[in-house]
Write a protein of this length. Structure first.
Length: 222
């Protein structure tokens, strides 16, 4: 195994991604870049991965090692705009990101347009003629219907996105939510757990319920 990968983050999504990479044998996970845990901390209950540096070290690491790839394990559920802007500010070349697909994900690659830095978990699925943007995570048992577009840095969390749906950048679709066909969801909207979305959702809106209703708007990032 010659390919190596470093993961931005640590616990949660970052660790899930690390476990799938290791299990698939697609690369060697050398550790996390994490701004909160002390360098040298080992993250994990049984299998452990070390915190090797702070996030800003990624530029120098990529310059020194041509075989090193990157995955973003930042969840960004509470403030996706700020987290996505932080990721973009690192100016990591697109070709240095890898995609990570669980062996039990169902994605007909010859029929899709997939970005970079994408994660697809167990039993995640994408139907034909859909587009998945950079750094989007399709968590376990999530599904995107045919002829749909999902933007960059979205988090589809065990949820269903129907056909002919347009999802903007930085959208979080919560646990058990469902979005009906032909709906448009604006950038950085948050679809709450169990919400049933039957009409368009504006940018930055937070919606809950069945049918989903706007309960507030999230604060815009500066």
């Amino acid at each position: 195994m010659s390919k190596k990968v470093v993961i931005l983050g640590g616990t949660g999504l970052g660790f899930i991604i690390a476990s799938v990479i290791e299990r698939s044998g697609s690369a060697e996970v050398i550790g996390f870049l994490n701004d909160f845990e002390p360098i040298g901390t080992e993250i994990g209950l049984k299998k452990k991965f070390p915190v090797i540096e702070r996030t800003e070290a990624i530029t120098e690491m990529l310059e020194k090692d041509d075989e090193l790839s990157v995955m973003c394990g930042w969840a960004g559920f509470k403030d996706p705009e700020t987290i996505f802007n932080r990721l973009n500010s690192l100016r990591i070349p697109r070709e240095r990101f890898m995609n990570v697909y669980d062996d039990m994900a169902v994605i007909p690659f010859d029929y899709e347009e997939m970005g970079v830095g994408i994660y697809a978990g167990q039993f995640a699925g994408v139907s034909p003629n859909s587009t998945i943007g950079d750094h989007t995570a399709l968590l376990a048992q999530s599904h995107v219907g045919h002829d749909s577009t999902v933007g960059a840095f979205c988090r589809i969390s065990h949820a269903i996105v129907g056909s002919y749906v347009k999802v903007g950048n930085g959208v979080h679709v919560g646990l058990g939510a469902a979005v009906r066909e032909y709906v448009t969801i604006g950038d950085y909207a948050i679809i709450g757990m169990g919400a049933i979305v039957v009409k368009d959702v504006p940018a930055n809106a937070v919606v809950f319920g069945n049918p989903a209703k706007i309960i507030r708007y999230r604060k815009r990032s500066d």
